[in-house]
Ligand binder design. Structure first.
Ligand code: 5GP
Length: 193
């Protein structure tokens, strides 16, 4: 087991509705040294890519993206959730359905911060159905920029997102892939990688 899988086994809590709670170390209280380790691991895995920007979505992707961007020594940009509809022109916009909140949001990135010369590494904390990643891919490609890869801390391998993104031909690296989890026993099974 790698460092993240070990931490999930120790502190992750399986909830009803296919939700894995990791809020004691990843997305509410944050273990800063774990974040730094995640940053180093994605840097190692994507070292062959000419990354110029790291892109994520608020809020829980921000800390991971910061750690990754710090390793690549490039800027980090996070897509903001926005209710406003009058954004065409200055903003790239994508519609994203939230897995955890079950609502739809426009997410926006200012055209000032992504352009056709950029080589983008997209990162996020979780991958479930892939809606968040597809929104970030769409924003990157609207800018004419190149998606160099996608880095996910925890992929839920029993949901469709990972398969969809890999089938589209993108390089997707997940530090932990949960293939099964059971809220009645608390058991978590990781995919061997
Ligand atoms: P997707 O768009 O792939 O369906 O869902 C990804 C987003 O939903 C992530 O940004 C993450 O914030 C949230 N998410 C999905 N599944 C889980 C989960 O099991 N636990 C937590 N804490 N967040 C999740």
């Amino acid at each position: 087991m790698n460092f993240l899988e070990q931490r999930i086994m120790k502190d992750g809590v399986v909830k009803e509705g296919n939700v894995l709670k990791v809020d004691s170390f990843l997305n509410h209280q944050m273990d800063v040294s774990l974040m730094n380790e995640i940053g180093k691991e994605f840097h190692r895995r994507f070292a062959d890519r000419p990354v110029t920007k790291v892109l994520t979505i608020e809020a829980s992707g921000i800390a991971i993206a910061y750690a990754v961007a710090n390793e690549f020594n490039v800027p980090m940009v996070f897509a903001k959730k926005s209710k406003s509809i009058n954004l065409e022109g200055e903003m790239y916009v994508a519609e994203v359905e939230s897995f955890t909140h079950k609502n739809r949001n426009n997410v926006i990135v200012s055209k000032k911060f992504l352009n056709a010369d950029d080589h983008v590494l997209i990162v996020d904390d979780f991958l479930a159905n892939g809606c968040a990643l597809q929104g970030l891919i769409s924003i990157t490609e609207s800018a004419g920029a190149t998606v160099e890869g996608l880095g996910i801390a925890i992929e839920k391998g029993f949901q469709i997102g990972g398969r969809v993104i890999r089938n589209l031909g993108y390089r997707l690296e997940s530090l932990a892939i949960v293939d099964a989890m059971d809220h009645t026993t608390g058991n978590i099974t990781f995919r061997k990688q």
